[in-house]
Design a protein around this ligand. Sequence first.
Ligand code: 4AD
Length: 457
Amino acid sequence: GRTWTDVGDLGEASAGRRVLVRGAAQAIRPVSKKMAFVVLRQSMSTVQCVLVASADAGVSMQMVRFATSLSKESIVDVEGVVSLPKEPLKATTQQVEIQARKLYCINRAIPTLPINLEDAARSEAEFERAEQAGEKLVRVGQDTRLNFRAIDLRTPSNQAIFRIQCQVENKFREFLLSKKFVGIHSPKLISGSSEGGAAVFKLQYNGQPACLAQSPQLYKQMAICGGFERVFEVGPVFRAENSNTHRHLCEFVGLDAEMEIREHYFEVCDIIDGLFVAIFKHLNENCKKELETINRQYPFEPLKYLKKTLKLTYEEGIQMLKEAGTEIEPMGDLNTEAEKKLGRLVKDKPLPGSSPLNFAGLALHSPAFLQCHLGPAGEEIISGAQRIHTPELLTKRATECGIDASTIASYIESFSYGAPPHGGFGVGLERVVMLFCALNNIRKGSLFPRDPQRLVP
Ligand code: 4AD
């Protein structure tokens, strides 16, 4: 086969080399009958190809005409010699040009695309500048983007966002593997609900009523009962809630972990600390190009992390809220309002041992559950808990919570064969990406988002 070069690898060192690249024709600019520019894009990188009709180079006027007849976004192969431009190039990421010798169209795009990619890639500041200058530029709305996602995904920021997402997932696995966790896959077709509060997608399973798992919760605990000391799972989570908000999806990627606890629930918190320090450090140190690319369209300050997550006992958290005028009923859950408020209180009044960096992590202990909040808005990204590990207490709590214990009999039974104390947590992958990059909508962090209104594409 021939040797292909990646557009992103083209630099000064490539000058004088003959290269072969493939990309999408992002912009086509005819200059004269004898000259044209074609900007090729490959993922986050773009390069300008120069076509000049000349017998020496073997480039004909027909070839120049053919290049200018290409529709935008057509897939094109260009063979040519890399040269250094006379002036810095503003319109491309790569600071070299390709003096084209050959150009092949591999597959044409339709002449009029439903989204103008240049507009789709502009920052809000650019739109505002253009407006002030009296220019008319069209903003691409969120629904239009999602309706034509296969085009929208080509913007540099989207290319970067999903590379960041992949890195978060990868670091999650890597870190937990290094802490002796075992990766598992639990069933997504299950017989009953797995998260009390949230609604389920119902379906028929060979004539039996069933539903899509709202989390791996029950099964990751049963894996602990099954003798795996520490487990994690990366998989789809289904929620049928009718939540039309900037942070809820009906299907998201759950990053879940469950582990034996030897002495204290804070062992789980320590894993979370280490995990998020590792993830954020990795993103800040190794994904600079991606972060800069996102920043150009959606300006943000990448989040830093606390070396140690601030840990509050449940009582301390409740007390802080009480002092600020919010009463929580004894042993009660925190509602969204209270969560956010506590997040703000913690940020405004750093407790001893917390650092001034802006990762507002928070763990509430006893009754062991925790929630971690992230970003300037202090939104939830993690929730977790120490679990009940005796069948008697499980049955009692289920009944108190209005759950018919017989519907989760096999789960409860698992704890009667000898089950260690354990706890764990769940993280929403899209939420981490959204909050780390300060995106204003979780849909930006989901490749093909599923929300109450959207099942296509
Ligand atoms: O808070 P949730 O519902 O907790 C659980 O699923 C527990 N089983 C976790 C545990 O181990 N105890 O969901 C966990 C995380 C949330 O903190 C949030 O980041 C994300 O999943 N999440 C959502 N992300 C997108 N859309 C939704 N509708 C989400 N609901 C929760």
